[in-house]
Write a protein that binds this ligand. Structure first.
Ligand code: C2E
Ligand code: MG
Ligand code: MG
Length: 699
């Protein structure tokens, strides 16, 4: 027999030797399981262990699986190896809490062995290990062969309750096809991508894509080979579920399991460094790369801003949530992390979903107003404004959505109040006959109420600037301009009257008034003014003036003296020339009606007066008191003494003037010169007396 491949025969010979050694090793239980922790990235809590085979060689020391697994494959010892390993694993599992899973690697040849599920089941049953805690990791290379067979075996393994993980994803030739062909539950991102994530953007993008793919297929994503926190943070940011690597622990022999479990299950809280910014942080990212101070600031901002903030990944799961938002949701921060918005906020999610999807497509929006449900129905309904911003990685890819929520209840209330008050204002303005307007410091009209248009027919836009002048009566333009210019120059309030042309063709008198508003520096910044229709007022004033003139003419012409006094004390406000003549008045200052009539000398009622009772002689101002008290007086005759010693008879008639409401607003005193008559009468009387005496003496 000749050997065509002498080199190969040496390899075969060596392999045969090693295979024997391996077989012996298996018999002597030199192949033992090592356990490497699998950790939930979000919480850092232990989720299970991956079982990694080790050959404890008596001479060569610890041999890694990469060296002996291919040998076992070639020698058909894999079944035996896995069987031995599983027994040891299930024995060790007695010390492992029930909620933790165990992942075991299955090799290529084993997936062609229809007895595999049975063997696994037998070993598990013997150790009373529930198969739903078992995850079987299948590398892509194991799937290259007969996929039909592999499918049947994998399905049976799943039916027994175990889960399947696709190991070393991304390294094989047809990863995606395998993903589709077998009913996997987990996707393990190969360590080669994970380890280089910190160095190349490509690896980051591949890792992101694999996580995204896993998430979109509802698979648990596991990252292998995590050696640094930075990588862990990036993976968490991408939405990866589990992590495995030296950062969390190297593979350990069974005897070291209790130690690992103690450390991982009941993790000693990290000794808080003085003023440690991360101690009580709700930020899942531990950005060690940042200077401590900046991180502290970031954390403080994140939790302290009066705005609800969160970051959701591409699958719309909460990656981080600040305390404010958690408060708005009436839920603890922890109730959000890692969960879908749809499950945390089911009633709000349908409203947000279109915005979130838009943000994932790179489009920001900030106009969603919603009311979060409040568990307490008595609480005031609160309105929130939500903004959605796409968050991009350094490659400008959208990796999630940054959401901010602002409580705008107060603003809403203010807006409402403002709308109401504006409405109120508008109504007031509409009802107000005045036309409000504003002008700039140069007198250019900036705005005027619509009323101006309805009054003048000149539109508001046409009236701005100096356009309003066109509505003025040509005769009033000059005077109005002059007065306005004067106000603008001096800053003194404007008060001007002019006529405007009405829509109905008539001219109406208007009164424009304005005051200046000044800035802090004292300079005028605005003129605020009004225009009001004073036509009726002016007509009334004119009518009044006319009737006043008529009255005045009568007042001046009557042969009776008239003195007008006003309430409340009876001070003289007016007297006609006749009164002044009779009373020989020289009074210039306003006097009390009594003093006015008395002149400077007191006057006493004459002996023949008809009525003196109306006037109380003891009072200083009997006339005023009587009239202001609402009484009419007289006619009463008085002999009035003048300062030159002469005297004259007068007759006074007083009457109160009443308001329409009956109140005394003043009084009128009519004065008649009765001196002639009186003296004539006196003479007659004297004559009578003389005649009488003469008659008596004759008798
Ligand atoms: P694997 O299933 O992908 O296991 C992960 C490998 O990465 C392990 O190597 C582990 O020790 C290593 N590893 C874990 N974390 C880190 C890390 O942070 N940095 C680095 N540099 N490496 C890390 P290990 O134990 O040498 O196993 C190699 C491969 O051998 C395994 O890859 C698995 O495919 C295979 N294997 C291990 N045990 C068994 C077994 O019992 N049966 C079969 N069929 N294959 C096994
Ligand atoms: Mg593995
Ligand atoms: Mg792997």
């Amino acid at each position: 027999m000749y050997n065509l491949h002498p080199g190969r025969s040496i390899v075969v010979a060596m392999a045969a030797e090693d295979a024997n050694a391996l077989r012996r090793a298996l018999e002597k239980n030199e192949i033992i399981p090592y356990f490497q922790p699998l950790v939930e990235l979000r919480t850092g809590l232990l989720s299970g262990f991956e079982v990694l085979a080790r050959w404890l060689h008596p001479n060569r020391g610890l041999i890694t699986p990469n060296e002996f697994i291919p040998l076992a494959e070639d020698a058909g010892l894999n079944g035996l190896l896995t069987g031995n390993l599983l027994r040891a694993v299930f024995t060790a599992a007695k010390d492992i809490p029930e909620h933790l899973t165990l992942s075991v690697n299955i090799s290529l040849t084993q997936l062609t062995d229809f007895s595999l599920p049975k063997h696994i089941r037998a070993a598990a049953e013997q150790a009373s290990f529930p198969l739903n805690r078992l995850i079987l990791e299948i590398t892509e290379s194991a799937l290259v062969g007969n996929t039909e067979q592999a499918y049947r075996i994998a399905t049976e393994l799943k039916e027994q309750g175990s889960r399947l993980a696709l190991d070393d994803f991304g390294t094989g030739y047809s990863s995606l096809r395998h993903l589709q062909s077998l009913p996997f539950d987990e996707l393990k991102i190969d360590a080669s991508f994970v380890r280089s994530m910190g160095h190349t953007r490509e690896s980051r993008k591949i890792a992101a894509a694999i996580v995204g793919l896993g998430n979109s297929l509802s698979l648990t994503t596991v990252a292998e080979g995590i050696e640094s926190q930075t990588t862990a943070d990036m993976l968490l940011w991408l939405g990866c579920d589990l992590g495995q690597g030296w950062l969390y622990g190297r593979p350990v022999p069974p005897e070291q399991l209790p130690e690992v479990l103690a450390a991982r299950l009941d993790p000693v809280p990290p000794v808080p460094e003085p003023r440690s910014p991360v101690a009580d942080s709700t930020l899942p990212l531990r950005l060690e790369a940042l200077p401590t101070q900046r991180l502290a600031q970031l954390n403080a901002i994140y939790d302290g801003v009066p705005v609800g903030l969160c970051f959701v990944d591409r699958n719309l799961r909460y990656v981080s949530v600040n305390k404010r938002l958690a408060g708005m949701h009436h839920l603890p921060v922890a109730a959000h992390l890692g969960r879908y918005i749809s499950e945390v906020m089911p009633s709000v999610f349908p409203l947000c979903e279109p915005y979130l999807l838009r943000a994932l497509n790179g489009q920001a929006s900030n106009d969603l107003e919603i009311c979060y449900p409040d568990p307490n129905p008595l609480n005031e309904k609160r309105t929130h404004l939500i903004s959605f911003h796409p968050a991009r990685d350094e490659a400008d890819e959208v990796i999630g959505v940054s959401v901010s929520v602002v409580d705008i209840t107060r603003r809403k209330q203010a807006e409402q109040a403002l709308a109401e008050s504006e409405d109120h204002y508008r109504h007031t303005v509409e009802l107000n006959p005045q036309v409000p307007w504003t002008a700039d410091p140069q007198g250019m009209i900036l705005d005027a109420s619509q009323r101006w248009e309805s009054l003048t027919g000149l539109s508001v836009p046409d009236s701005l600037g100096t356009g309003w002048i066109r509505a003025l009566h040509p005769d009033d333009v000059k005077s109005t301009s002059r007065i306005w210019t004067e106000s603008l120059r001096t800053g003194r309030p404007l008060d001007v009257q002019y006529r405007i042309h009405r829509v109905d063709g008539t001219w109406r008198w208007m009164r424009a008034r304005a005051t200046a508003r000044r800035g802090k520096d004292g300079k005028i910044i605005r003129w605020y003014g009004t225009v009001e229709d004073i036509n009726d007022q002016r007509s009334a004033e004119e009518a009044l003036r006319r009737s006043e003139a008529r009255l005045k003419a009568v007042f001046d012409a009557v042969p009776v003296g008239i003195v007008i006094a006003e309430a409340p004390d009876g001070r003289v406000v007016m007297s006609n020339p006749r009164a002044e003549e009779i009373l020989r008045s020289t009074e210039t200052a306003p006097a009390m009606i009594d003093d006015y009539c008395r002149e400077s000398i007191s006057f006493t009622p004459g002996p023949n007066t008809k009525s003196t009772r109306n006037i109380d002689q003891d009072q200083d101002h009997p006339l005023a008191n009587a009239i202001m008290g609402g009484k009419s007086i007289g006619p009463t005759e008085y002999l009035r003494f003048h300062s030159d010693g002469s005297s004259a008879w007068i007759s006074l008639t007083g009457a109160p003037v009443l308001d329409p409401d009956g109140k005394v607003s003043g009084g009128v005193v009519a004065i008649q010169d009765i001196d002639e008559d009186k003296r004539e009468m006196q003479r007659l009387s004297d004559l009578n007396t003389v005649l009488k005496i003469k008659l008596e003496t004759h008798q």
